[in-house]
Design a protein around this ligand. Structure first.
Ligand SMILES: *[C@@H]1O[C@H](CO)[C@@H](O)[C@H](O)[C@H]1NC(C)=O
Ligand SMILES: *[C@@H]1O[C@H](CO)[C@@H](O)[C@H](O)[C@H]1NC(C)=O
Ligand SMILES: *[C@@H]1O[C@H](CO)[C@@H](O)[C@H](O)[C@H]1NC(C)=O
Ligand SMILES: *[C@@H]1O[C@H](CO)[C@@H](O)[C@H](O)[C@H]1NC(C)=O
Ligand SMILES: *[C@@H]1O[C@H](CO)[C@@H](O)[C@H](O)[C@H]1NC(C)=O
Ligand SMILES: *[C@@H]1O[C@H](CO)[C@@H](O)[C@H](O)[C@H]1NC(C)=O
Ligand SMILES: *[C@@H]1O[C@H](CO)[C@@H](O)[C@H](O)[C@H]1NC(C)=O
Ligand SMILES: *[C@@H]1O[C@H](CO)[C@@H](O)[C@H](O)[C@H]1NC(C)=O
Ligand SMILES: *[C@@H]1O[C@H](CO)[C@@H](O)[C@H](O)[C@H]1NC(C)=O
Ligand SMILES: *[C@@H]1O[C@H](CO)[C@@H](O)[C@H](O)[C@H]1NC(C)=O
Length: 384
């Protein structure tokens, strides 16, 4: 049996049994994608003569009261030299620096905004790291706000196991102070570069002479990596929070690494339905093309990280020119300066690219992978 037959069969059943038709709408979700994404695989990176269809299947979901179950709390010194004290899970939960808010099903992580500190003291905060490690995937974060404020420096990122930067780092959300533009950054071993010709809507971060910094080698330029700043003034900070946040998606596969961001009012329906299809999302805000950076070789065994630090390499070194009052170290003393230094998260979902092996003939006959077909049938039975 091929999928074409299968589809006809479903249509036939749907036509003859209208009462049964609604569960089959989920096949309609899958079916157009077999065609759309099989064309998308006709790319620079696969030189296979038999293009494969694929779908993004749910792999892991982090949300609700179980959100923290598969994260570890990091308690070491901040490698970016922030004036921060990363607390363990007991202290974080006890002191409400990490919690689940049942009222609106959100997960909150925050810097300490209740304790006065003498100048120079580390402010308590959290940094968590997923136990699961990933090699490629589609990572979709739905959040209401990212931490912001003078002296604050949060990030939502992934980083490879082993020796940094040789297994790569992908910074998906990162900003400091009251900045308005999110910055996406890659840090890798030598040999990976950003291309000016690639398709993305953001601007390449320049060095201090105004030259675009295309080299992603994390050993160079004070570990800066290669970055792209989003054009949107509501992609980080006060306006992002004021507009109710939104969704960030990072796709990492053999066709490259790309990041999209969507305002809450413009989240694509396929994401909301849990059936994401990046081919429908238009040009990403940032992307790293496979022609200039092998997305498989430079990025290995990635954990997902959320953190909030203060001052340090970025927020501290840029403080004097940020328009923020006083100095970063005096800013850190008053807890009321950190009321907005919190993550508010609805969900983090990870999808796995599932290649459906086989040939695609003119008749669109696909040799099915029965495991996948089984999953589809199961999803039909369960009605989603
Ligand atoms: C697939 O790639 C070939 C060779 O690069 C090209 O001629 C053709 O137009 C591509 N097809 C699609 C649908 O992109
Ligand atoms: C793709 O092309 C490269 C270089 O021409 C070759 O080394 C590799 O084996 C090819 N891969 C496949 C899957 O055909
Ligand atoms: C702040 O934290 C760093 C890293 O853990 C540590 O080396 C330093 O002694 C701490 N500072 C104070 C004042 O406790
Ligand atoms: C967590 O940290 C606190 C304060 O440093 C310490 O007293 C406690 O033993 C730690 N708990 C665990 C489980 O490590
Ligand atoms: C737990 O929270 C209480 C109230 O905030 C605080 O007084 C106490 O020191 C905390 N204990 C730990 C181990 O953090
Ligand atoms: C969730 O509910 C709490 C308590 O009612 C409220 O303080 C918080 O602002 C709400 N968060 C969101 C994102 O609506
Ligand atoms: C990635 O993880 C696998 C499984 O734990 C391990 O065998 C491999 O050595 C790791 N690769 C790197 C580059 O650390
Ligand atoms: C950018 O997108 C355009 C339109 O989709 C396409 O024609 C072009 O080849 C793309 N360029 C690169 C470098 O991917
Ligand atoms: C926190 O956010 C509110 C709402 O945008 C703003 O009025 C306030 O000034 C912010 N406070 C700090 C310390 O950033
Ligand atoms: C079918 O998909 C399953 C699940 O990902 C995979 O383990 C298996 O290798 C695939 N089978 C074939 C024949 O590709």
């Amino acid at each position: 049996m091929n999928l074409y037959c299968y589809d006809l069969l479903i249509l036939l059943i749907a036509a003859t049994e209208p009462a049964l038709a609604s569960p089959f709408s989920s096949l309609a979700r899958f079916w157009p994608r077999f065609s759309a994404q099989s064309l998308a695989t006709n790319s620079t990176t696969t030189n296979s003569t038999t293009p494969s269809a694929f779908i993004w299947l749910p792999q892991d979901e982090y949300s609700g009261k179980t959100f923290f179950d598969r994260f570890e709390f990091y308690t070491g010194p901040d490698p970016t030299r922030g004036t921060v004290n990363y607390v363990n899970s007991s202290v974080a939960f006890n002191n409400s620096l990490a919690y689940f808010e049942a009222a609106n099903n959100t997960v909150v992580m925050k810097g300490d905004d209740t304790t006065w500190l003498p100048e120079g003291q580390n402010r308590s905060s959290v940094r968590i790291s997923s136990i699961a490690q990933y090699n490629t995937g589609l990572f979709i974060l739905d959040l209401n706000q990212a931490p912001w404020g003078c002296g604050v420096w949060p990030a939502f990122w992934t980083v490879g196991g082993g020796q940094w930067p040789y297994t790569g780092e992908i910074d998906i959300i990162e900003g400091v102070h009251d900045n308005e533009h999110n910055q996406v950054t890659w840090h890798t071993g030598p040999g990976c570069t950003l291309s000016l010709e690639s398709n993305y809507t953001g601007s390449v971060v320049t060095d201090n002479k105004g030259v675009p910094n295309l080299d992603c080698d994390g050993n160079l330029n004070g570990n800066a990596g290669c970055g792209i700043t989003e054009w949107s003034k509501a992609s980080y900070g006060p306006f992002f929070a004021a507009s109710g946040g939104g969704v960030f998606a990072m796709k990492w596969d053999e066709t490259g690494i790309a990041v999209w961001s969507f305002y809450r009012s413009a989240i694509p329906g396929d994401i909301t339905k849990g059936d994401p299809n990046p081919a429908n999302w238009g040009t990403p805000v940032a992307s790293l093309a496979p022609a200039t950076c092998d997305p498989i070789a430079f990025f290995v065994n990635h954990s997902i990280i959320f953190d909030i630090t203060f001052c340090g390499d970025w927020a501290g070194n840029s403080y004097a020119t940020s328009g923020c009052p006083g100095s970063c170290s005096t800013r850190l003393m008053d807890p009321s300066n950190f009321v907005n230094a919190s993550w508010s998260i609805n969900s983090l979902k990870v999808y796995k690219k599932q290649i459906i092996n086989g040939r695609i003939s003119a008749a669109l006959a696909i040799e099915p992978n029965w495991t996948i077909l089984g999953a589809i049938v199961l999803s039909l039975v369960l009605g989603y």
